[in-house]
Design a protein around this ligand. Sequence first.
Ligand code: TYD
Ligand code: MG
Length: 456
Amino acid sequence: MAKGKSTVFFCQSCGYESPKWMGQCPGCREWNTFVEETVVKSEKKSTGRVSERRAAGGPVCLSSIETKDEERLDTRMEELNRVLGGGIVPGSLVLVGGDPGIGKSTLLLQVCQKLAADGRSVLYISGEESLKQIKLRAARIGEFSDRLLLFCETNLELIRETIEGSRPEVVIIDSIQTMYNENVSSAPGSVSQVRESTSILMQLAKGLGITIFIVGHVTKEGTVAGPRVLEHMVDTVLYFEGDRHASYRILRAVKNRFGSTNEIGVFEMRETGLTEVENPSEFMLNGRPEAASGSIVACSVEGTRPILLEIQALVSRSQLTMPRRTAAGMDYNRVSLLLAVLEKRLNLHLSGSDVYVNIAGGIRINEPAIDLGVVLAIVSSYRDQAIDEKVLAFGEVGLSGEVRAVSQASQRVQEARKLGFTTVILPEVCRQQVGRVDGIRLCGVRTVADAVRAIS
Ligand code: TYD
Ligand code: MG
């Protein structure tokens, strides 16, 4: 082996480095994700950084740092602004991850369109599609200003020169897995390439004050490095998710140095690109069955915004010795726990029944505030009694069957009222906090048994 050159095995999923091949990654527990890569130790690399640091000066004290009100670029897409924490921060590096075909390129092209229309100079660099393909996509989306420039290239040195030469305000790199740097010998998409490319882009973003959006595909097979490899290097990580078969898409902040990470943005994929969904509750409740047992609406707060969702449960007699339990859209273990609570505290004989729980619309919720909704949906299906469709329930359920308080109760009640619900079943503590609300009956409950009585 030549001097300065060594081979290392990288987990393509999380970037774990190992001198030898392993079947399972100790970092992320994925199987068969290790790939051998040649790493060349170049001495040239560090010199740029040192001179950069020298230019920035020595250590300083906090009080001597001047702060201006952080200026943010408005993307003209409220949903995206919210997820970014109020707009684009100049000089930041934003990773947009998601499954292939979910709509990352579409979203970013639309952002380019809006920014360019506002007079910002934008450069869209694609390593995946030809100019013609981008044009076809753009034609579906609408009119584009000439402030947007397109560039099909995968060589990072050329990209660096172009960016340094044209100094756009915003750059899109679609996708990081297609980019390559000649100094790194491994193939595009490998961990070393992806890391090296990102660090070059980071230097560009910080050095020139340009915002760079990086697209990263999430891969299951581990053939190319996943976005998790570079999550720690960037300022903001957004994941674009959604059911391929449903039209809505959710943009979620997983990491954000400039804002909260709880926010979500909801979009709908249409023929003409992505449209923002301003009222996700209404959207999620579309097509609710009427007077069907096993269905109730619950409320979850995502970031600062309450979202109403329909929870469906189906309890049917099982033919199997081990009854089936499935949970779509929520944690399976949470459903098992709630079933055990019902079995023990309400004497429901669920051990002989198959139980299916589903959050309609394909959205995934981890907030325990939907527990009470799940419990009531299961009871409703078990008894085959429909719950009045104007009833909404929220609250966390504890192991002794108690209904526990959740945060932001009055926001949830207001959202329910806005969408025409007339009764809200909620934890007693929350009812006392909320007080009286016109046009809605608040039904405070302390235990699951109280809640079941409230719907009978
Ligand atoms: P795309 O942005 O290419 O996904 P990604 O970059 O994440 O791989 O999205 C492609 C999908 O979106 C494709 O299945 C077609 C669909 N689509 C629409 O439904 N309407 C549109 O206007 C556009 C541009 C795409
Ligand atoms: Mg794409």
